[in-house]
Design a protein around this ligand. Structure first.
Ligand SMILES: Cc1ncc(COP(=O)(O)O)c(C=O)c1O
Length: 431
């Protein structure tokens, strides 16, 4: 490591809060396309994407140009002060990507913030208090979002009391809890909800379900389509809102624009953040106009939410996704990556499962195929060794034993092959 890199690292450790967990002790100085460059001049193929944010890679010319133009024209005016073209245009474009009826956008800054907003929207608009969330979910760190999060005790411990009237129901995690049987997982978890409503939580007092269609931080676990269909039906039956958190799974990552599309359902509320402005802070709540009218003028708001520059970046992101067919690319390249990983899994008993749609792929590492005991130490070792070889991968799951592959949406076949080659070497070296 050069002296400069060492200095930045030491100063950073001294100046920044130790509450931050870090995947890597590396100093990043530049991003170009799909590569990150560290202070020693080393290049890394970036399959971490700033945790599913820079889906178009770094310094994308269209995104950078849109940002520069908007910065020179108008950097900030609070959405509460009036109307701005880039904000309005992005809202219109997001609505164009939605199923019919989801036609109204509220902009925030971060995932957690729009999760909180959605909980407030659900409670205020229904006049009901209870929220049902799912085990293993990650929705963010603010109090509302944290109260529906259960992917790690470390996120919750010591913060109680959390927001009341939140119930955590089991998520249909087929590989981990049902021997890989999605039908059994779906039946058991829908059955649990029926019992919850019969014995603990009055359904007519329940405002919302909140669910990630593919769990992110919790382990890259897709909800079976039949479960989401059942949840939609249950919500319909009891007048409960279905909030779908697409903060990590949305914007083409799953090989469809929205991961809920794989199940053929239409949620009442869709949440997005992360990739929507390719790195600038921006998030959104989308629902029907009727629902947000019931929220009430002034019932929620934000100083920075819908910042004009972030929205200008967001317009460029959607333009590029559309013009370059990147949702289809995510599906196609994702299928190739999955096939490659499955081939490696067939040779390596430490890989228990390869799963996930599109470019949202989790590789679960286990100590033993039979017991499926998570191997978190191996997960940590694998991403460290991959980084040493110039490939950035991340882990997820409470035990860090799931390697998550977050390739950019415009990833090329050659890069998939390069990454698979590095992963194979890493598996051999850690055997
Ligand atoms: C599904 C999901 N929801 C919400 C969040 C919180 O987003 P943020 O970190 O922008 O608050 C995350 C972050 O990882 C997420 O993956």
């Amino acid at each position: 490591m050069t002296d400069t890199a060492r200095t930045v690292q030491d100063r950073s450790i001294a100046a920044l809060s130790p509450v931050l967990g870090r995947y890597f002790e590396r100093t990043w100085v530049r991003g170009q396309g799909h590569r990150l460059i560290d202070a020693d001049g080393r290049e890394y193929l970036d399959f971490a994407n700033g945790i599913a944010v820079t889906s178009l890679g770094h310094a994308h010319p269209r995104v950078s140009a849109a940002i520069h133009t908007q910065v020179d024209q108008l950097l900030h005016v609070c959405n509460g002060l009036g109307h701005v073209e880039s904000v309005t245009r992005l809202a219109e474009m997001i609505v164009e990507e939605m199923p019919d009826g989801l036609d109204t956008v509220y902009f925030g800054n971060s995932g957690a913030e729009v999760v909180d907003g959605a909980i407030k929207l659900a409670r205020r608009s229904t006049g009901r208090s209870h929220i049902v969330a799912f085990s293993g979910a990650f929705h963010g760190r603010t109090y509302g979002a944290l109260s529906v999060t259960s992917s790690s005790l470390n996120y919750r411990r010591g913060y109680e009391p959390l927001v009341p009237d939140v119930h955590i129901a089991p998520f249909p995690s087929a590989y981990r809890d049902f021997g890989g049987d999605e039908v059994a997982a779906t039946t058991a978890c829908l059955g649990y909800l029926e019992r919850l409503f019969a014995t603990v939580v009055p359904p007519e007092r329940t405002a919302a379900f909140i669910i990630e269609p593919v769990q992110g931080e919790g382990g890259y676990v897709p909800a079976p389509a039949a479960f989401l269909v059942g949840l939609r039906e249950l919500a319909e039956r009891h007048g409960i809102l279905l909030i779908v958190d697409e903060v990590q799974s949305g914007y083409g990552r799953s090989g469809r624009m929205w991961a809920f599309e794989h199940a053929g359902i239409v949620p009442d509320v869709v949440l997005m953040a992360k990739a929507i402005a390719n790195g600038l802070p921006l998030a959104a709540i989308v629902s029907s106009r009727a629902l947000q009218e019931r929220w009430g003028v002034g019932a929620h708001g934000s100083t920075y939410g819908g910042n004009p520059v972030a929205c200008a970046a967001g317009i460029a992101v959607l333009d590029v996704i559309r013009e370059e067919g990147l949702v289809a690319n995510a599906a196609g390249r994702g299928a190739e990556l999955t096939r490659g990983l499955q081939a490696l899994a067939a040779e390596d008993p430490r890989i228990g499962d390869v799963r996930g749609p599109g470019l949202m792929i989790g590789v679960e590492l286990v100590k033993d195929h039979q017991t499926r005991q998570p191997d978190g130490a191996l997960g940590d070792a694998v991403i460290a060794a991959a980084a040493d070889k110039g490939l950035l991968l991340l882990t997820c799951g409470p035990e860090h034993n799931i390697i998550r592959w977050i390739a950019p949406l415009d990833v090329e076949r050659a890069e998939i092959e390069e990454a698979l080659g590095v992963f194979q070497e890493v598996l051999l070296e850690t055997a």
